[in-house]
Design a protein around this ligand. Sequence first.
Ligand code: CP
Length: 309
Amino acid sequence: MRHVIEPTDMSVDEIDQLIAIAEDIERGPNDYANRCEGRILASLFYEPSTRTRLSFESAMISLGGSVIGFSSADTSSAAKGESVADTIRAISCYADICAIRHSKEGAALVAAAYSRIPVINAGDGGHEHPTQTYTDLLTIHSVKKSLCGLTVGLCGDLKFGRTVHSLIKALSLYRDNEFVLVSPDELQVPEYITGILKDRGCLFERTSDLESCISRLDILYMTRVQRERFFNEADYVRLKDSYILNMSKLAKAKDSLAVLHPLPRVNEIAVEVDNDPRAKYFSQVQYGKYIRMALIMKLLEDRNGGGAC
Ligand code: CP
C-alpha cells in the first residue's frame, strides 16, 4: 500500500514521471477521461481549502471517477468526537483512495496507519503539503524546463508554511539548487529543514531583506503569514505585512524570474504584479489539477500491481 504523507514518499524518478504524465495530461486531457472509471476518491477536509480540495475533486471527476467526502470537520462525525483512526477505517469501506487535510501535524500519518486504501496528505498543520510541492515542481519545470541549477528564494512565513517545508525537501534532491530563505527572525524555517539542506550539501542562506537578494533569484516563492498557526493575534498583526512584493521591488529582478505562491494570498503580492509575465501563481493553480490527476492514477495503479487504475 503506497501513501503520500511527505513529498519524498515518491522517489525523484517517480516525481519526474508524475511531471511527465501531468504534462501529457495538459496536452491531451481527453486521453485520460476514463482512466479511473468506477473508482471513488474520498475528500476528507477537516480544515478550510479551495484549491487543494477542489483540484483533487476535479482531478478525479476528469479521470472518470467519483468523489465523496466532507469539506469541514463540523459536517463529519469528528464533531461528535470520532478519531481520525476510526474515520479512516470507515472511509476504507467506501472509497478506493483518499485525500486528507487536518490542522494537526501527523494526522495524515495516523490515517495511513489505519487505512486499507492509499492516503494522500493534503496538508497537516504546519508540517507538510506534498501535493502542493508536486504542483510547484511541475510549475517550475514548465517555466524553466529543468529542476536543477536554480537559485530559489522562499519568502514569508517559513516557520509555519508547510508548503515551504515540503518544497525544500523535494527541490534539495535535485542537483545544484541554492536556497535563499527570506523571513523575519520569528518566522525562520525550522532547524530540521535546514538540517536536511546541510545533510544534502545544499547551499543556503538566511536573510530578512528581500530587496537585497531578489536580483539573484530564478524562482521567488512567496507565502502567506499563517494566521491560523499563531498563538496570539498581536504577533500575527506585527508580522503579517513583513513582505509585500510590488512592481517597484520586482523591477530589480531578472526578466526570467518566476514568481510562485501556493495561494491563498492576503497582502504579500500586490495585485499590480498579477499581469506581469513573471507572475506564475495562477498557472500554478491549473497545474495542481494535472499533477493530482497523475498522482491519483499512479497510486491506484500501484495498488493494482501496476495495472490500469
Ligand atoms: N495551496 C493551498 O493549499 O490552497 P488551499 O488552502 O486553498 O487548498
